[in-house]
Structures are given as C-alpha cells and as structure tokens.
Write a protein that binds this ligand. Structure first.
Ligand code: IPM
Ligand code: MN
Length: 378
C-alpha cells in the first residue's frame, strides 16, 4: 500500500472524450466523499483539436504528468481532417505514443454482458445473448505487430506507387502478453461460462502468416511449461469472428496480436451491449492507462448524449488495477462499490442513453450512478 495519494492523470482528449471523462471524474469524486481522498486528480488537455489550435498534440507538462502518473484515464483522441504531417491521426501521441513510450504491452479488454443491457441489432433493441453466457476478456498485444512504425511510401515523380506496413512479431512482445493472458485465466474467479474450464484461446492466422506461427509456438511453449492446468485453445481469426458471435460461452481468456485484437474487440463489444460498454486497460510493468474503447465519435460530440458506462468500467478497472498492484484494499473496495453501483443501474434498466433506446443524457446517467454510489457503503 502506498503512503501518499495515488496520482491519477485524466486526459479527456477530443470529441466525446471530455464529455465521458467529466462523468468519470464525477464518480471518482463521489467515491472519495466522506473519507480522506486516496487519490489526487489532475486533467491535461491534448489531442487533435489541441494540435490544430496550438501546433502540438499536448504540452510537455501533460506528457510528464502522464509519465509520472500512477494511472491514466484517457477519453479519446482524433478529429476529422486533423492529421500530423506524416498522415497519422493527430492526438496519436496520447494513445499510440503512450502505449509504446510507457511500454503498455497488454491491452486488456473485458467483454461481459451485465443483466439489463440491450443489444441493438438491425435497429431494434433486444436481449439476444444471455448475460450468463458472455464473460470473457481479450488481451491484445499493444506495442508491435502491424502498429510497428516500420512503414512508408514509395513515391516516384510525385505519385505514390507503393505503401508498405511491416508486421513485427517479437519473442519478448509475444511472451509477455501471452504470459499475462495465462495469468489472467489463473487469477479470474470463473472459467468459461460454457463449462467452467479455465481456458486461453490463441487467436491468429497461423495457417498463413509466419509471425502468427511464431506467436502460436510461443503460446504453446509458455502454456505447456508454466500454466499446464489452463486449457490451451486455438482459433484462426476469421473463424473466431463467427464463433465468438455464435458461442461466446466457450471463451474465457483470449489472446491475440495487435491489429487482430483491435478488430475482434470491436466485434466482441456487440456481445456486451455495444461500444458504449467496452473499456480497456493498457497495462505495462510500471505504468497503466485506462480508456473507453469507443473513440472521439465526432458526430455525437458536444451533445451530451453518448453512453458513459464504458468510462465507468474503465474507471473501475483503473481502481482495481491500482488496488491489486499496490495491495491496497481501499482501492479494491472502491472498485467493488463502483461495480455494484454500475450493475444496479444497468439491471434497473433506467439509465439508458440513445444507444440503448433510452432518452437520458450522458450527465443524467452519470448523476444516476453517483446516486447509486452514495447508496453503497463507503
Ligand atoms: C483502439 C483504437 C486505436 C487503435 C486508434 C484510435 C489508434 O482503435 O484503441 O482500439 O487502433 O488501437
Ligand atoms: Mn480499435
């Protein structure tokens, strides 16, 4: 347990990012009410719009705060038509940059369906999957793969002729995320909903790609030697895309490479009620950053209408991560309180934003969750 307070750095970013981070801050304040504050909160601007207005993605103080934080809560970055000179999305420093610079090698994305959450399929709001059948976590390698900055264009006579992205799969990069996936299967209180088996599924394209064959070999070697009691399971990424929809109950922990993990986590979010509920933790040995996965959603920005639950889940993950890494029961208890408040509001089905067929605003939902927190024991 830490003697001093935890330093939490909030990076609201662009678009709907500041709208959901504002609600995240509200729930953190509600949790801290009536007791000594176990954390300090500070906010720093940055992102694409900041770049457009100031010619830099963020200030050096913001970057330094992110480096020194005990944990970071990121909203979202990106704005249409605002790019860096090299063509990257402006604001990339806050997401892709921090993932690499702070060596946040595992992107951990839980996919759990809470009772009361609806699925929007073909424009209708339904309960399609049973909450008892959707409870998995996907770990995505977060520092290499197709996101490795080993890319470029061949331009001849002012015309682009060739564009190349190089997919890099390293032993170290694979080993650590795979180890973390097996450790997660060991640590979780439950196995797969289907049969209770503790299972890690390696999602790859090893029938075609060399890097994926290496990733799968590494998966086998580590699983066999270090986690023999955890079932090893395999899926080619294309087949996985149908199985995860048809049989989500088979999955417990899933591990994949960077780009494949990016794609399948968006797909899997449908099972948990949509992107409005999907949160992720970018975790390294020394640093961690948490975020809603939905992005800046420019078409909804400024309207106070997007679903803040993804940010509440990200906030809960952040508190739990701090509690676990610092063996601090105060933080674990706060994470539990937040989860109970979230679960209660979801179950009641009265805290629904537009994406759930409801009429509440982002801040209305935040108010409800704050009220639910005040109703839990501090
Ligand atoms: C994500 C996002 C990012 C990614 C974008 C914003 C660069 O899609 O976190 O999944 O591609 O990783
Ligand atoms: Mn993504």
């Amino acid at each position: 347990m830490k003697d001093s307070s935890y330093r939490l750095v909030l990076l609201p970013g662009d678009g709907t990012g500041p709208e959901v981070v504002r609600e995240g801050r509200k729930v953190l304040d509600a949790l801290a009410e009536g007791g000594p504050h176990p954390w300090t909160l500070e906010e720093h601007p940055g992102g694409a719009v900041y770049y457009r207005d100031h010619g830099k993605e963020w200030e050096p103080e913001a970057e330094e705060a992110a480096r020194e934080a005990d944990a970071i809560l990121l909203g979202a970055v990106g704005w249409p038509g605002v790019n860096l000179p090299n063509g990257d999305i402006a604001g990339a420093a806050l997401v892709l940059g921090l993932r690499r610079d702070l060596d946040l090698y595992a992107n951990v994305r839980p996919c759990r369906l809470y009772p009361g959450v609806l699925h929007r399929i073909s424009g209708e709001y339904k309960q399609v999957w049973s909450p008892a059948k959707v409870d998995l976590v996907i770990l995505r390698e977060n520092t290499e793969g197709l996101y490795t900055p080993a890319r470029g264009l061949l331009r001849r006579g002012g015309e682009t002729e060739v564009a190349i992205d190089t997919r890099v799969i390293t032993r170290k990069g694979s080993e650590r995320v795979i180890r973390r996936a097996f450790a997660e299967a060991r640590r979780r209180s439950r196995g797969a909903p289907e049969d209770g088996v503790r299972r890690v599924t390696c999602v790859d394209k090893s029938n075609v790609l060399e890097g994926c064959r290496f990733f799968r070999e590494t998966f086998d070697r580590i699983g066999r030697a270090e986690y023999p009691e955890i079932e090893r399971d395999y899926a080619y990424v294309d087949a996985f895309a149908q199985w995860i929809v048809r049989n989500p109950e088979h999955y417990n922990v899933v591990v994949s490479t960077n780009m494949m993990g990016d794609i399948v986590t968006d797909l899997a979010s449908v099972l948990q009620g949509g992107m409005g509920f999907a949160a992720g933790g970018n975790i390294g040995e020394a640093h961690a950053m948490f975020e809603p996965v939905h992005g800046s959603a420019p078409k909804h920005a400024g309207q106070n209408r997007v679903n803040p639950f993804a940010t509440f889940f990200a906030t809960e993950m952040m508190l739990r991560h701090l509690g676990e890494t610092h063996t601090d029961s105060r933080l674990l208890q706060q994470a539990d309180r937040l989860e109970q408040a979230i679960a209660r509001e979801l179950q009641a089905g009265t805290a629904r934003t537009y994406d759930q067929g409801g009429a509440l605003s982002t801040s209305d939902v935040g108010d409800r969750v704050v009220a639910a927190i005040r109703g839990t024991v501090g």
